[in-house]
Every structure is written in C-alpha cells, then in structure tokens.
Write a protein that binds this ligand. Structure first.
Ligand SMILES: N[C@@H](CCC(=O)N[C@@H](CS)C(=O)NCC(=O)O)C(=O)O
Length: 498
C-alpha cells in the first residue's frame, strides 16, 4: 500500500536531490528549456493545496523523497485531468521536524497531518516552490498510464502549455486565489453533474452500492473546501440528491430533469438536431427520437406539422415536445435543453448565447455550400468557404473560446453546437482533400477533442444518429458525409434509453 502525502496523494517513484533553498529572489518569467524547463509530466495535487500554491500562499511542498527536477512543473488538480497552472521547483532538502513546525505559514499543513506523514526524528523533504502561475483557463490533458502523482502530458497539451507559459501574467498581476477557486468550483459542479448521471445510470441498472455513495461524497467534498462562495450549497445539493435517491422507489430512475419522455423531431440527418441529440446522450436522459425520411411530405408537412402548429405557430424542424411545452428554433431548443437538463449555468448565459449565434452564422454559410451547385464544383466551393466565411467565424470563435470549452471549465449548450460544426467542417475538408489548416484554431481543436473523448458521450459517438445519419438532407444536398449508406428511408421513431 502506498503512503500518502499531507496533500493526500500517494507517493510514487521519486526523482529528488537536495539543493539549497533560495530566499526571496526576483522571480524569473521566461521559460527555460529542459533541463530546468517544464517537466514532461504534470504533478497532481489536491485542489485545496493546489489553490494555495498557485496563489503563492504555499511555497513548501512536503514529501518523503527528494526531487531531481529543477524548473517548471505543470500542476493538475487530482481526480481530474485539468492543468491549472505551474510552479518552479527550486530545491528539495531535508528539513527537521522542529523547522517544519515553525514554518507552518510556508507549507500550511496542520500539525496532526504533519505528524501522520513525517517522522519526528528525521523530519521531511521540503520542495521549495516559487514563481507560481495560473493559466488563464485550465487545460484538459488526456490521462495515460497508471501513475497517480505524475501524469505524462500529451503533445498537444504540452504545446498549448508552452504557449500559455509565455503568455502568463507577472506575479504582480496574477489572478487571485479567489478567481481560481471560482473556476475550480465550476469544475467541481460539472464533476458533480457527471457523478450524478453515472449514479442514475447505475441505479437504473440496479447496480449501486452504498460504497459508491460515500466515494462520491469524498470525491466531491475535496473540491469544496476552498470554494469561497456556496460550498455548503453544492454539498447540500449532493446530500439532497443522495437522500432523494435513497428514498426513491426501487427500479425507478431518480432523474427529475425532465417530466416523462421528451420527443425530439427532425429530419433523419445530423443537421440542426445533432447537438440536441448529443445533449440527451450526455445527460443519459431518455427521449423519443423522431426522424423524418423520404415520406416527410405526408408525415411531417401533412400530419405532424399542422398538429404541432396548434401549439406553436412557429413550428419548424427541429422541435422538442416536453409535456405541454413545445419548442422550436434550434438555438432555443439548445437553450431549453441546457436549462432543463441542468447543463447550462446562469453565469455563462450571455457568453454561451453569443457563441450560439456565431456558430449559427458559421452554419448558415456552410449550408450555402452543401445545398448549392454541382458535385464537381463542391471541392472548389468548399475551399472558398474555408478561406473566406469559415476562417472568419472560426477566428472569432477561437478568440471567444475561454478553453477548454467555450465558456471555460464546463460544457455548456453552445459546446454541442460548436462540436458538430467543427466535426462537419473537418470531415468535409478531409473528404474533399482540402488543405485548410485547422491548427490555427488550437482552442477549438482542443474543444472538439475533449468532446469526442468525453466519457458521457461515448454512447452517442457509437449511435447510428452520429455514425450513419447523413450530414445534410439527402434529398437536396451535394454532400451526405462518409457514414451515410443506401436509402434515406421512411420516417422512424424510436425510444433512446440509457
Ligand atoms: N432557424 C431555424 C431553421 C429551421 C429550418 O430551416 N428547418 C429546416 C431543416 S434545417 C426544415 O426543413 N424545416 C421544415 C419546415 O419548414 O417545416 C432553426 O434554427 O431551427
């Protein structure tokens, strides 16, 4: 069994050597290359300690071993795949128990935790830290391998990280711990939502053990200690959820996000409904997937549309039926699901909404390409679209994306729309052999990757509505996408359950 650091992390194979501990030097800003540059792996630290380090309020990290590395190390909040910033390791040296006790303001570890970790005879190893920097936005980094303390940083993240390092503000103007805590809280809430979804799924499969409930509380409460506003609120929510789950009747899903089974109606294509379908999958919310096919003249225009027009005079495709509520207009449907499925948060509302509008403009320009001209002209028309309107919209969205998602640390409704547009554009460019360089949009590429790898979306990416549906209306378009085969077929309706 591995021992644990006072920060709560199990120790892993160390790479430490002692060195003198410099005091109060003016901090260097410029990144040095290895050795002494950025470590190839990120160090994971519990969020509450991480926030203190990045705020410059904890300059001693106590470990059992020495550290060979000198220079920058990226810091990842443990239990997540998010890098929040970096710090320079300037030395590691053995420090006596007495000195550790006398230097509490440098390491912040309470005596009882120290006693559980360090020996009174030999003290502990102190890694001296300086020059903490907080990234403008946390970076998602794919976790590989089994190491808990050190996570190898993948190449794209390393590239972004190096760029970020060069852009980080001076110590004088770095973000306060409060800002960091606010961001961490957003991530905590996002995590809480994922945990809830997982819980509901497991419960539905009658597979929940009491152990997983206490694990969940442990996992989430680690995030709450340093959230300046509303930790109790978040914890309270969790406790309420757990009580509710325990009280719920056997076999019943405790999910109260939407009443009954909502219906999503659209053409049997990805089109404007793909992001909406994704949102249902993302939250594990069962729904009726109505997909109009080659008989739409009767089934949609002749039957469903006139009936639905009685409830909503603007009726169009896509639409959502949720009990008595009937919503149309794709962006309104995205916002409706964002709210009802508890994906969107109030503080991101206007940023998210602006992104939705910009993505719609990008889509409208793409539609001019896929629904006009001949097949032979398509590659040239697409190239013109990419160099002109698409480059303009993507440039704006790249600048507007806070990273890793459009509104920052948590997925909002616009991210589903953004994903679909990035997916369609990249696939089209690759199918049409366009040499358009998407690398100019690193944040958007990272968003696309993060969504594609999101565990809550794995079922969506395996579903026919993603893999087999045409991108555009088969009856009118000159680009259907690589997954579409055979005939458009008749209108279908199926219950998607999780
Ligand atoms: N602005 C609307 C556009 C809706 C629209 O144009 N829908 C097309 C498919 S993308 C359609 O075929 N509508 C069926 C109809 O006109 O009844 C939205 O964003 O939802």
């Amino acid at each position: 069994k591995r021992s644990r650091t006072p920060s709560g992390n199990p120790e892993e194979t160390p790479s430490w050597r002692s060195a003198p501990m410099p005091e109060g030097r003016r901090l260097k800003r410029k990144l040095k290359k290895e050795p002494g540059g950025l470590h190839a792996s990120a160090l994971t630290i519990q969020p509450e300690w991480l926030s203190l380090i990045l705020a410059g309020k904890k300059t001693w990290e106590i470990r059992k071993q020495q550290c060979l590395h000198r220079g920058d190390v990226a810091l990842m909040a443990s239990g997540t795949s998010q890098i929040w910033g970096m710090v320079e390791i300037v030395s590691s040296s053995r420090t006596s128990w007495e000195d550790l006790l006398a230097s509490r303001e440098l390491h912040r570890v309470p005596e009882e935790k120290l006693a559980a970790y360090c020996s009174q005879e030999t003290g502990g190893m102190v890694w001296a830290l300086q020059n903490p920097r907080i990234l403008e936005q946390p970076l998602a980094c794919a976790r590989k391998g089994s190491s808990i303390n050190w996570v190898k940083i993948d190449d794209p993240t390393m590239e972004l990280l190096n760029e970020s390092i060069l852009r980080v503000p001076d110590l004088e103007c770095r973000k306060t711990a409060q800002t960091l805590c606010r961001q961490m809280r957003q991530v905590a809430e996002e995590r809480l939502r994922t945990v809830r979804t997982e819980y509901h799924k497991a419960r539905y499969a009658a597979n929940v053990k009491e152990q997983s409930i206490s694990d969940t509380i442990m996992q989430v409460s680690g995030w709450l200690i340093f959230a300046p506003a509303g930790p109790c609120q978040v914890l309270g929510l969790l406790v309420l959820e757990l009580l509710e789950r325990r009280g719920a009747g056997e076999g019943k899903c405790g999910c109260k996000a939407m009443d009954g089974t909502p219906t999503l109606g659209y053409w049997k294509i990805r089109g404007l409904a793909a992001p909406l379908r994704m949102m249902f999958y993302y939250k594990g919310q069962k729904f009726n997937l109505k997909a109009y096919g080659e008989d739409a003249k009767d089934k949609w225009f002749g039957e469903d549309k006139p009936k639905l027009c009685e409830k909503n005079a603007m009726m169009n495709l896509p639409y959502l039926i949720d009990g008595e509520t009937v919503v149309t207009q794709s962006n309104s449907c995205l916002l409706y699901l964002g709210k009802k499925l508890k994906i969107d948060v109030e503080e991101c509302f206007i940023h998210n909404h602006q992104a939705l509008d910009q993505i719609t403009e990008l889509r409208n320009d793409l539609m001019k390409v896929v629904y006009g001209g001949t097949k032979e002209e398509l590659p040239a028309d697409m190239a013109k679209h990419m160099q002109g309107p698409a480059a303009g919209h993507l440039g704006k969205l790249e600048g507007f994306c806070k990273g890793p998602f459009l509104c920052g640390g948590q997925v909002q409704s616009a991210d589903f729309h953004m994903f679909e547009m990035l997916d369609q554009h990249t696939v089209m460019c690759s199918e049409l052999k366009s040499d358009f360089d998407f690398k100019k949009y690193p944040k958007l590429l990272a968003l696309h990757k993060a969504m594609k790898e999101h565990p809550a979306l794995s079922k969506y990416f395996a579903a026919d509505c993603y893999t087999k549906y045409a991108f555009n209306n088969v009856m009118y378009t000159r680009f259907v996408g690589p997954g579409f085969e055979g005939a458009f077929g008749p209108t279908t309706e199926k219950l998607v359950e999780f």
